[in-house]
Ligand binder design. Structure first.
Ligand SMILES: [Zn+2]
Ligand SMILES: [Zn+2]
Length: 339
C-alpha cells in the first residue's frame, strides 16, 4: 500500500509499504480521510526522536476492513474514527478518562505506531468511535482536532452570553471558536494576522477579527462589551503570545493555553499575581470529548466543514508539507483516499 512517511528533518516521502494485519484486539481500517496537523509539521521540522520511515497521520476516518482476534461489537464496512493512540484502559489514568496519559501509551502517526497517511491503518478496538451516517468521512477526520478545542473550552469558565478572545485562527483557534459559539458565547473576538484565516473565522461565527499588528484585540473586545476579556484562549503557541495574553486579560480573568510553544518563553509572574488571574494549560482531549464532538456534529450543534480548505491525494503530501512549513493561509488540509 501507499504511505506518506517522515524521511529526515524537513522531508516527507511517499513509498510502498506492506499492508498491515490486525493483531489481537486490533482492527485494520481502510482510510478515507486524514487531516494534516500542526503537530505533524512540528515533528517533521524538529524530529522529536521520530525514526526515519515513520508513517504519520493521526486525524482520520475510515471503514473497518479487517477485524482481529478478540474484537467484538464491530463489523466489516462500519465507518469509524479512532483516538490516535492505543491505551491500556486499565491504569489509574485510563480509569480517569485520561487515556492520553496512559502509562502504556502508544501513539499513532508520530513515530511509535504507523499512522493514517496510508491506505490502511491499524487501530486498537478500544480506541474506536462510530461515525454516524450523517457525517461525511471528511467531517469524520475533523473529530480529533475539534475535540482539542472542546477540551480547552470545557476547561474555561465561559458562560452562555459571555465573551472571550481567541488568539490565533489556525485549526486549533478555529476549533476553539466553534465551541465558544456552540457553548453560547455572545461575543468572540479573534486575533489573526492572515486575511484568509480571518475571513474563515468570521464565517465560523467570530463577532470580530482583529489584526493584532493594527489594533489591540482586547481594546476591540472592550469596544464591543465594555470590558477587557475575562477569558482568553491562547491558540498560537509562539514566543511572547502567553505574555501578551497576560497583558490583555481582565483582572481576575482566565487564560487557557492550547498553543504549543516549543521554546523557553518569558512571562511576568508578578503581573499574573497582581491581576489575580488563572492560567490553565491543556493538551489533547479526554475520551468523552471525542464522543461529545461526534454528537455535536451529528445533531448540527456545530458545523466544522468550513475548516477544510484543501483536499489532496497521498502523492501531494510531501509538497504540501513544504508549503505548510511557511506561513500559510490554509486551515485544515485533508489527505483523501479513493473510497
Ligand atoms: Zn493533531
Ligand atoms: Zn492506561
Amino acid at each position: 500500500m501507499k504511505a506518506a512517511m517522515f524521511k529526515r528533518l524537513n522531508e516527507m516521502a511517499v513509498a510502498e509499504v506492506a499492508k498491515p494485519i490486525a493483531g489481537d484486539g486490533e482492527v485494520v481500517l481502510k482510510v478515507h480521510d486524514c487531516g494534516i496537523c500542526g503537530s505533524d509539521l512540528h515533528a517533521v521540522r524538529f524530529g522529536f526522536g521520530m525514526p526515519p520511515d515513520s508513517v504519520m497521520g493521526h486525524e482520520f476516518c475510515g471503514e473497518i476492513h479487517e477485524i482481529g482476534p478478540g474484537v467484538i461489537g464491530y463489523r466489516i464496512g462500519e465507518r469509524v474514527t479512532s483516538l490516535p493512540f492505543i491505551a491500556c484502559g486499565e491504569c489509574e489514568r485510563c480509569r480517569r478518562g485520561r487515556d492520553m496519559h496512559c502509562v502504556k501509551f502508544r501513539g499513532l502517526g508520530l513515530g511509535q505506531l504507523p499512522g493514517a497517511y496510508a491506505e490502511y491503518v491499524v487501530c486498537g478496538a478500544g480506541s474506536l468511535f462510530r461515525v454516524p451516517a450523517k457525517l461525511s468521512s471528511r467531517e469524520g477526520a475533523l473529530i480529533e482536532p475539534l475535540a482539542v478545542g472542546l477540551h480547552g473550552v470545557k476547561r474555561s469558565r465561559l458562560q452562555p452570553g459571555s465573551s472571550c478572545l481567541v488568539m490565533g485562527a489556525g485549526p486549533v483557534g478555529l476549533a476553539t471558536l466553534i465551541w465558544c459559539k456552540a457553548m453560547g458565547a455572545n461575543t468572540v473576538v479573534v486575533s489573526e494576522l492572515a486575511p484568509q484565516r480571518s475571513e474563515l473565522a468570521l464565517k465560523l461565527g467570530a463577532t470580530a477579527v482583529v489584526n493584532p499588528e493594527v489594533m489591540n484585540p482586547a481594546d476591540k473586545l472592550r469596544e464591543l462589551t465594555g470590558h477587557r476579556p475575562e477569558v482568553i484562549f491562547e491558540c498560537i503557541g509562539v514566543k511572547s503570545t502567553l505574555s501578551s495574553a497576560i497583558s490583555m486579560i481582565a483582572i481576575g480573568g482566565q487564560i487557557v493555553v492550547l498553543g504549543v510553544c516549543m521554546e523557553e518563553d518569558q512571562i511576568s509572574p508578578a503581573t499574573c499575581v497582581f491581576k489575580d488571574i488563572t492560567v490553565d494549560f491543556t493538551v489533547g482531549y479526554m475520551r468523552d470529548d471525542f464522543q461529545e464532538t461526534i454528537d455535536a456534529m451529528a445533531s448540527g450543534l456545530i458545523d466544522a466543514k468550513p475548516l477544510i480548505t484543501d483536499v489532496i491525494s497521498i502523492d501531494q503530501v510531501p509538497a504540501m508539507f513544504q508549503a505548510l512549513s511557511r506561513p500559510t493561509t490554509q486551515a485544515k488540509v485533508l489527505v483523501e483516499f479513493p473510497h
